[in-house]
Design a protein around this ligand. Structure first.
Ligand SMILES: [Zn+2]
Length: 475
């Protein structure tokens, strides 16, 4: 009885052993496949492609986000996400069969004409598309890095006559131009241009990149275009001098959103998280939108990344005189100099140092043409010797931070074109170079909890980029 049972159980064990062997083989094969997939992706590429996280998951738990990063880390292309971008024009796609979509990128030295060739748009259709585009923009101003997104009817996808629409996207900001097919008077195809209509879905992406030269060159080596370096540079330059503070081997990690269509990037949308680890500067920040819809970058504790004052008041200017006692160049007397002098050619735009209200715009003797702006926290700023004022700007007007308020000149008591820039706190002149270190407005205490919850997934992604890279032996 016992023997029979044993032999029966041995017999029944055979098929299950065979099944186990099959399972084992599958597991090994899968493992090899995974490994070979990993090996076939260049290291930077892999990190760059920790693609992921739908826009609608921005509020998801960090753990979910990380799981999703891991899950898709090996995928060559991001899967299509069925979440329309908020910029998607109201127009829905035609019913099935779906149109064929193709994307082309404008290369160095490329013309719109050449880029259209690569989309198989030629002849009469190409001429009409360029004509339509010209009604809104100069086709000669197309820049390398811009993307063209074309939709063709499913019936004739390789035929220029099948072109339904073409969207020409800007590199980062701006709304783009759609050229759409309309039926002409004689029934023939015509094209009409209108602003907007960017296609696609928003993807959140992460990137880690080592500085191996300038910022643009480094990001390019990490597989990214100028559109992204512009966005990253705008943030980094809030706290560092990009000409001297970038050092070889520094590392930048970025969490950014991109607009994707037909499995390709249409453009970089925005940077939402940034971590810079450098020899001279360390920086970490995430973007947050307050209840009034203002978006700014903050440290994890809620301190503003943006200082209160813009440093680049006059692009390319040279500091020729500092705050304090000096021998006056015209009066030949020892006199306090109540600001700094920034030398630049006549006509160079002057930017408002911070947001505020314009309180003076006049021609006042020694100061020449001057502007005064009142800011928050008891600060005000003044700008002397202008050649002319910005058009349409008068006392009582609100001024944005960085807005052009006038142009460099040499009016009043001045020997050469320059901007004299002064800052007062509570009515008393202070050293502008010191004032430049004043931090901007941090997250208000009442919003701190909401802020922390909202930036947590972004900070988790920034941390996770390094962990994943280490696990994959890329660090
Ligand atoms: Zn001066």
């Amino acid at each position: 009885m016992l023997g029979r049972m044993q032999s029966r159980s041995t017999a029944s064990a055979l098929p299950s052993l065979a099944a186990a062997a099959v399972v084992l083989l599958v597991v090994i094969a899968n493992g090899w496949w995974w490994w070979s997939q990993e090996a076939s992706i260049a290291p930077m590429d892999l990190v760059a492609r920790l693609t992921v996280l739908r826009q609608d998951r921005a509020g998801a738990e960090p753990e979910d986000v990380v799981a999703e990063v891991e899950k898709r880390a090996w995928e060559k292309l991001p899967p299509a996400v069925e979440v329309p971008a908020d910029r998607l024009s109201g127009r829905s796609l035609p019913p099935t069969p779906l149109p064929e979509e193709r994307v082309a990128q404008v290369g160095q030295g490329d013309t719109l004409d050449h880029a259209l060739d690569r989309l198989f748009i030629h002849g009469e259709a190409k001429r009409k598309v360029i004509e339509a585009y010209r009604t809104l923009h100069d086709p000669r101003l197309i820049r390398p890095g811009q993307r063209l997104f074309a939709q063709f009817s499913a019936a004739s996808p390789m035929d220029a006559d099948g072109l339904l629409s073409l969207v020409i996207a800007p590199e980062s900001r701006g709304e783009g131009v759609s050229v759409v097919r309309v039926v002409g008077e004689n029934g023939g195809a015509q094209f009409r241009a209108r602003p907007g209509g960017l296609p696609g879905h928003m993807h959140r992406q992460v990137l880690r990149c080592s500085i191996t030269g300038g910022l643009e060159l480094s990001l390019e080596r990490c597989g990214h275009g100028r559109g992204l370096s512009l966005l990253v540079a705008a943030l980094l330059s809030l706290r560092m001098d990009l000409r001297s503070d970038l050092k070889m081997g520094d590392q930048v990690r970025v969490v950014f959103d991109e607009l994707v269509a037909a499995d390709q990037r249409i453009r970089y949308e925005r940077v939402v998280g940034l971590h810079y680890t450098g020899k001279k500067v360390n920086l970490i920040g995430a973007s947050w939108e307050d209840a009034k819809g203002r978006v700014a970058f903050f440290s994890p504790s809620g301190a503003a990344l943006e200082p209160m004052f813009v440093r680049d008041l006059v692009y390319g200017a040279r500091l020729t005189s500092v705050f304090g006692m000096r021998m006056h160049p015209i009066l030949r007397k020892l006199k306090p100099h109540l600001g700094i002098d920034l030398a630049a050619p006549t006509g160079t735009p002057i930017r408002a140092a911070s947001a505020g209200v314009l309180v003076a715009r006049q021609h006042a003797g020694a100061a020449g043409k001057l502007v005064r702006i009142r800011h928050s926290a008891g600060f005000s700023s003044e700008y002397f010797h202008m050649s002319r004022f910005a058009r349409g700007l008068y006392p009582g007007n609100k001024v944005r931070r960085g807005q052009i308020i006038g142009y460099v000149g040499t009016t009043g008591r001045s020997t050469a074109p320059h901007l004299h820039f002064g800052v007062r706190k509570g009515g008393v002149h202070v050293d502008p170079l010191t004032a430049f270190d004043t931090p901007g407005k941090s997250v208000p205490a009442r919003d701190l909890a909401e802020f922390k919850a909202s930036v947590a997934p972004i900070l988790a992604l920034l941390d996770r980029i390094v962990v994943v890279a280490k696990e994959r032996g890329l660090d």
